[in-house]
Design a protein around this ligand. Structure first.
Ligand code: 45D
Length: 152
């Protein structure tokens, strides 16, 4: 059922995709933490993360939306060059920075849409390895990949 879940994720709006990632990150925190990205992995993402940390809240939000939208921006291009695990590590770290208040948080009282809820419930039923597969698929196509764009 993994391809079905990924297909559902692909149909979500940009904000719903971000919300899904956020809730997956917070709910599965315990599953993910043992495999938390090593410092080595984050080294490649560090410059981008620092750049984002220095932005105002709206800018941070815009960058995350542009990644989810696959917009052609310098940051989306940099992200596009990351390996799949670095992409995961990058989002994981953004989640950490949101928890620390260094990146714009999800508003308190925010209610996830029914679509997000469906995908999240489906993910919760998977085992840890399958959950990571779904998340990998969710983040791998984010950002801008000029090769993918030119062959479309
Ligand atoms: O106002 O290296 C809304 C392994 C709308 C091992 C919003 C691994 C309303 C090897 C959109 C809600 C494979 C295990 C605002 C790594 C509104 C290895 C904002 C795996 C403001 C790395 C929403 C690691 C926002 C894994 C800002 C599995 C949402 C990592 C932001 C998984 C969401 C990481 C963020 C995940 C989500 C990170 C930042 C799932 C981050 C998710």
């Amino acid at each position: 059922q993994i391809p079905a879940i990924i297909a559902l994720f692909d149909q979500l709006s940009v904000d719903d995709r971000l919300a899904l990632l956020w809730y997956a990150y917070t709910e599965m925190g315990k599953t993910i933490t043992p495999a938390a990205p090593g410092a080595a992995r984050l080294q490649f993402a560090e410059r981008l993360l620092n750049e984002i940390k220095q932005m105002p809240n709206e800018g941070q939000m815009q960058v995350m939306r542009e990644l989810a939208l696959r917009s052609d921006t310098p940051i989306s291009r940099t992200y596009g060059y990351f390996s799949v695990n670095t992409k995961l590590a990058f989002w994981y770290e953004l989640g950490e920075l949101m928890k620390q208040g260094l990146v714009t948080p999800v508003p308190t009282g925010y209610q996830m849409s029914p679509g997000v809820e469906v995908v999240l419930e489906a993910i919760k039923k998977l085992d840890a390895g399958q959950q990571i597969t779904v998340l990998r698929n969710a983040v791998v196509d984010m950002g801008y990949d000029s090769d993918a764009a030119s062959s479309e």
